[in-house]
Design a protein around this ligand. Structure first.
Ligand SMILES: [Zn+2]
Length: 726
């Protein structure tokens, strides 16, 4: 193995300059059998010819150290050398896969030789190593020590290699709660720290369901569920928060090891599952923490392959793709598509879907497209699935299609890499509040988890984003990692905020005092950070900020209509709250005369609270009067659309035509995406001058104000260089 300490990292770190990172995952993999090594040289030559510049491989401990103490890196060495020869950069997955600390499986000898803890997912049944695949809990100390030592060794081996482009901390992270002894011990240590060693506090907060009088930390056990049979809500909340901590802490540890062992500080990233940017809580991914383990946020981008197409609406796809941008710590919030379906599986992606997907990702700040997979693995249950190239490595029709796109993106790499979305609106998605909602609305007992109620509640958050998406208003999600940037948004929407913490209340108050606009739906801030009901809502002084308060609610069965000043009426959605006015004024009332929507001036800002789930309603069953009210309220805050879509002379929202806008020093880029299954003809009212635009694919002039027709799933990407414009 060549080590060249003098090598400067000029060859292949992810520089985002004049090439676009198009590529594919290749052998060696972390599982199953790789295609023959003798063919890799030909594969890399073909990749180069297709305009690919990035490859992704795994460095799996269990295959490299098959017997303890004997390590064989020959496959990875060979690939790296071939990649260098072809000028292709390599992303090395040196960290975890799914819930495993390193690679997809720990080496079998680990469980044979050492007393490691098997993961135990069911609190009732102790699981053992009773088949050939060993499952070791990632809290096991022996496992951690040995896996981390292997990661350090792998990083040192490849850090100097000219083909090394970056490190992958984890592949598709996700955890389940674990009930093994190692996890229970860690849980107690975590609780001790969280509660400053105060066991009485645990007794009080956890003892809300039935009395608890622990007098020794060793008595504290992980809860198996919540409610009548299983225990208090706060114990359940802490257990879920701790499970998130286990995931985050492992990713942070891998990132630290990489940084400590790579003198060139190649960037770190990971492919988070595409739905987890928005709904990470489903897999105990706390995005506002996980993002701290990655220099650049990345994702696995599947839209049809496993059946995603059955439920993935265009809006949801756009939201998922966008969410990774909110969490990217890269200075321009660039993101990376690190896996995306290339070949057949349960469903086959079409060329039109692929083209739209790629431009959609770029429209939301992705700066790479890495296919899964270059070829098919040759022995597992995915044989013949996902492959870009034919089984023997020869080009397919779809490979030529990808090569064509790689060519376009490379031609414009400089502007694509250096132009970024600039949102002016935001939606509060704080993880602390999500966790409280999740603990409240997801019931579990031994062996089952019931998500149905949470799925309903979560529609509120999606509805808030959809309102903005339908208007072509770019939006950020605001969570703990970027909440202090709240001042840069003209409007912040507050969906699904049932709980409130003193810290978040304080941030909202200051934001409003400084001139922002807040729009909240109810239920709003009626419980505190420990799930206690206070007696009125909103709490923590927010009643002054919103100029109104409520003390009760009823269900839709007893609801009067909401009546707007122009006489238009809407239904309530699920619950309805009548507000008592403090300093605010009712801008819509229930038919019985009580206040339904209250607006209040506070400092230099404006706060609006609606008495029902207006955002959830917008997603599920929009009411025209309320939707119109929300649109006007958002625009009144001074937020701009990326562009206005005009059809048949009318400026319309919710057309299914998404307009992404990216700007930067070299250019402004517009990407118009027709998400409809039918053609659409429209004109665009864009910001600034209508002159000087060119089609990124054909190079032909584009007149945004002229008639544009896009076929089903059609895309028009156009740009102009900033130097030639005003
Ligand atoms: Zn465990």
């Amino acid at each position: 193995m060549r080590r060249n300490p003098k090598h400067s990292r000029t060859t292949h770190t992810l520089l985002f300059e004049n090439n676009f990172l198009y590529g594919a995952s290749c052998a060696p993999y972390a599982k199953s059998m790789d295609w023959p090594m003798e063919e890799w040289g030909r594969d890399l030559a073909a990749m180069k010819k297709m305009g690919f510049s990035i490859a992704r491989i795994f460095v799996p401990w269990d295959r490299i150290e098959r017997r303890e103490g004997t390590l064989d890196f020959s496959k990875q060495d060979h690939f790296m050398d071939l990649a260098q020869k072809r000028g292709i950069g390599v992303l090395l997955n040196v960290g975890g896969v799914f819930d495993c600390l390193q690679g997809i499986y720990p080496p079998p000898w680990l469980a044979r030789v050492y007393p490691v803890h098997a993961a135990q997912y069911d609190p009732r049944i102790a699981e053992g190593h009773n088949n050939s695949r060993v499952c070791v809990c990632l809290d096991d100390e022996i496992y951690r020590e040995k896996a981390f030592a292997f990661i350090a060794r792998a990083v040192r081996r490849y850090a100097d290699h000219p083909a090394a482009a970056g490190w992958m901390v984890w592949n598709e992270p996700g955890l389940s709660p674990c009930y093994c002894a190692a996890t229970a011990a860690r849980f107690r240590a975590w609780l001790k720290e969280k509660y400053n060693g105060n066991l009485d506090k645990i007794n009080r907060l956890w003892g809300s369901e039935f009395p608890l009088e622990y007098d020794d930390w060793e008595q504290v056990l992980p809860p198996a569920g919540v409610g009548f049979r299983d225990g208090g809500l706060n114990a359940w909340r802490d257990w879920q928060e701790f499970t998130e901590f286990r995931m985050t802490d492992s990713m942070l540890a891998v990132n630290r090891i990489i940084k400590a062992n790579d003198p060139h500080r190649h960037p770190t990233t990971a492919n988070i599952c595409v739905n987890h940017g928005v709904e990470g809580h489903l897999a105990f991914i706390r995005m506002s923490e996980v993002c701290k383990a990655l220099d650049i946020m990345g994702y696995s981008y599947y839209t049809v392959a496993h059946g995603e197409c059955k439920s993935l609406t265009p809006f949801l796809k756009a939201l998922q793709v966008d969410s990774f941008r909110w969490y990217s710590r890269e200075k321009h919030r660039r993101t990376l598509v690190l896996e995306t379906e290339a070949g057949p599986n349960l469903y086959m992606i079409t060329e039109a879907q692929r083209r739209l997907n790629n431009w959609l990702a770029i429209g939301h700040n992705a700066k790479s497209i890495v296919c899964w997979n270059y070829r098919s693995r040759i022995s597992d249950n995915q044989v013949g699935n996902f492959n870009l190239m034919a089984w023997d490595g020869s080009p397919t029709r779809r490979a030529k299609h990808h090569a064509g796109m790689a060519k376009v993106f490379n031609r414009h790499a400089h502007i694509i890499n250096n132009c970024f979305p600039k949102p002016e609106a935001a939606v509060l998605v704080a993880d602390a509040l999500t966790r409280l909602a999740f603990a409240t609305h997801v019931s579990a007992g031994p062996g089952y988890w019931n998500h149905a109620e949470m799925d309903q509640v979560f529609k509120s958050r999606k509805g808030a984003f959809k309102l903005l998406w339908d208007m072509n208003i770019a939006a950020d999600g605001l969570a703990e990692h970027n909440l202090n940037d709240i001042g840069k948004y003209a409007v912040v929407l507050l969906p699904m905020i049932e709980n409130m913490t003193p810290e978040i209340a304080d941030i909202l108050r200051k934001y409003l005092a400084g001139g922002g606009t807040l729009i909240a739906e109810s239920p709003f801030a009626f419980k505190d950070e420990n799930n206690f009901l206070i007696g009125h809502a909103p709490i923590y002084g927010l009643e002054k900020v919103f100029g109104a308060r409520t003390r009760d609610r009823e269900g839709r069965e007893s609801a009067p209509d909401i009546v707007y000043p122009d006489g238009a009426r809407s239904n309530v959605f699920f619950l309805w709250h009548a507000y008592e006015l403090i300093t605010g004024k009712a801008i819509a009332s229930y038919a019985d005369g009580r206040a339904a929507i209250v607006e209040n001036r506070f400092g230099r800002g404006k706060a609006i609270v609606a008495g029902t789930e207006v955002f959830r309603q917008y997603l599920d069953k929009p009411e025209e009067a309320t939707a119109g009210f929300l649109r006007r309220a958002v625009l009144a805050a001074g937020v701009r659309r990326t562009a206005q879509v005009i059809i048949d002379g009318k400026a319309l929202d919710a057309t299914g035509v998404e307009i992404c806008r990216l700007e930067g020093k070299p250019a402004i880029i517009y990407i118009a995406l027709n998400h409809n299954e039918a053609p659409v003809t429209f004109r665009l009212k864009i910001r600034g001058s209508g002159k000087g635009w060119f089609d990124l694919e054909t190079g032909k002039a584009v007149v945004p104000g002229g008639e544009i027709t896009l076929p089903p799933l059609g895309v028009l990407a156009f740009a102009k260089n900033t130097r030639t414009s005003k």
